[in-house]
Design a protein around this ligand. Structure first.
Ligand code: 5GP
Ligand code: MN
Ligand code: MN
Length: 482
């Protein structure tokens, strides 16, 4: 256990940037004083354990940091490609999990009527299976092509703007439309995984995954960027959160075994059996990275197909002419090879997400000039945010938080939060009520806003650290949860 005095020995770099000398190495924390004071000893203990992996050159927490399996959610950890390590624990089990926002031609007035919103929820639920009770409507998709070619390999019929000249955002406005990898590794994928993968492509999944209709308010000073991104005050947008479903998770047992064998052969490890790692340049490391790429492709396409289903639902309610171009699709559970300081690094982001500044060469082409939209959800009863990265983000490998972060476990939330408290944060009974697809709030109590940290404190931490700037605030109007 890390002693409290040690945490008090930190260096304050100002601007919400603290550096903590843990026994095993240094941890950077990006949080305002209030969030920093609330982090607790467990997350430091976990960081200390993660810092025992050899050769790490940077490890940090974003303000949403909270305990996860092996590694905290909210961790950015970087190694040199040449002699570094890869750790599936610092990627997370839902490989490729991410956020996606689509713009719509609707404004708030078009969907304020609760009847319209209920109709919309029903129409979307018809097109997008939200739990494992119903299977994917796209089971005829060539799944091998999907995981090997990514979004670029998707049949044109599923790309809504494939035939619209000059407006093909489906493929260009994503963090990565194609991860290429050595397909020899596909032999490690067992046949049940192909079956589950087909049943689940384009489905939302349970827990904190969601489809949400939100209305945006543009930040006054960022009007120019918002304009370039095609965003207007009062516009309705759709935010989607989902990952690689069972595809990424099913590989977990296999590669964990792989890493455990390597670690015991070398006689290295830490006190936490859930923290596994191996050098990048080993068979184990390479196998994992290649299988991870298949899951990243799966996850991006999964979100694309969910959005495709949402569009079909929108057309049913608002007519066949409705368009829904993607603003951006951005992941938060992965390890990516990126060039920083002219050197190749493996950047692990577990529940952190990229926030590249204007002009940075890693930006997707349409966002080279402005920087790309950074998507940070809060909860179904609070605001979510769209930001843009800042050049000072270099101090954290251009990484920020990917959400508000859990403050209570599912169980503790169910014990401590009442349905009344949940209802009042959803404004139930008022004209402003945020509608959900579930008949009763009781069943999704563990997803209530009270389960999450205060998103405004989180955004204050990130903005105050000069990692990113707010472009728009998004208020929820209707939520679909798995
Ligand atoms: P993850 O599961 O990827 O760790 O967390 C996703 C983040 O999404 C959470 O930290 C939380 O802030 C946010 N979140 C969870 N449920 C909802 C929801 O229903 N609506 C919105 N807008 N945000 C959510
Ligand atoms: Mn996920
Ligand atoms: Mn996620």
């Amino acid at each position: 256990q890390i002693v409290k005095e040690l945490m008090d020995l930190y260096t304050d770099h100002g601007n919400n940037h603290k550096e903590i000398p843990l026994p095993a190495g240094r941890l950077h924390v990006f949080a305002n004083d209030e969030i920093f004071a609330s982090l607790g000893a467990k997350v430091y203990d976990m960081a200390d354990n993660n810092l025992r992996i050899p050769g790490n050159i940077h490890m940090s927490y974003t303000p949403d940091a909270h305990v996860g399996i092996g590694t905290c959610i909210g961790t950015t950890a970087v190694w040199d490609m040449a002699d570094g390590y890869v750790s599936p624990s610092i990627v997370g089990s839902d490989i490729g999990c991410g956020m996606r926002v689509h713009l719509t031609p609707l404004s708030k007035e078009d969907i304020l009527d609760k009847k319209v919103r209920r109709e919309l929820i029903r129409a979307v639920e018809k097109m997008v299976p939200v739990n494992n009770r119903s299977a994917s409507t796209y089971q005829d998709i060539d799944l091998e092509k999907v995981v090997t070619h990514g979004l670029k390999g998707l049949p044109q019929q599923y790309i809504p703007d494939a035939y619209t000249p000059n407006r093909k955002t489906s493929i260009s406005h994503v963090e990565n439309a194609q991860f290429t990898f050595d397909t020899d590794y596909l032999e490690y994928i067992q046949s049940p995984q192909w079956g589950r993968g087909k049943k689940q492509i384009g489905t939302l999944g349970g827990g904190n995954h969601f489809i949400e209709f939100q209305v945006i308010e543009i930040e006054e000073e960022q009007r120019e960027i918002a304009d370039k991104w095609g965003m207007k005050d009062g516009q309705v947008v759709v935010m989607i959160h989902s990952g690689s479903r069972a595809w990424g998770a099913m590989m977990g047992r296999e590669y964990k075994k792989d890493f455990e064998i390597w670690m015991s052969k070398k006689g290295i490890g830490t006190r936490d059996p859930n923290l596994v790692f191996a050098p990048i340049n080993t068979d184990e490391g390479q196998r994992y990275l290649n299988l991870m790429y298949s899951a990243l492709n799966y996850a991006v396409i999964n979100r694309h197909m969910i959005a495709y289903g949402v569009l079909e639902g929108m057309k049913e309610v608002f007519g066949s002419k409705v368009e829904m171009p993607v603003l951006y699709d951005l992941m938060h559970n992965y390890a990516l090879e990126e060039k920083h300081d002219g050197k190749s690094r493996l950047v692990h982001r577990k529940g952190t997400t990229r926030a590249l500044p204007p002009g940075h060469s890693l930006n997707a082409t349409p966002y080279q000039e402005t920087g790309h939209p950074v998507l940070i959800p809060g909860s179904m009863g609070t605001a979510s945010y769209i930001l843009v990265g800042q050049s000072e983000g270099v101090k954290n490998y251009y990484s920020v938080c990917h959400g508000a972060g859990r403050i209570r476990s599912r169980r503790a939330t169910k014990e401590q939060v009442t349905v009344d408290e949940f209802s009042s944060s959803m404004k139930v009974g008022t004209d402003e009520e945020i509608l959900v697809n579930h008949r009763s709030l009781q069943t999704i109590l563990d997803e209530s806003p009270q389960a999450y940290k205060d998103v405004d404190q989180i955004i204050d931490s990130v903005v105050g650290a000069n990692l990113a700037t707010v472009v728009a605030r998004c208020r929820p109007l209707a939520v679909i949860k798995g």
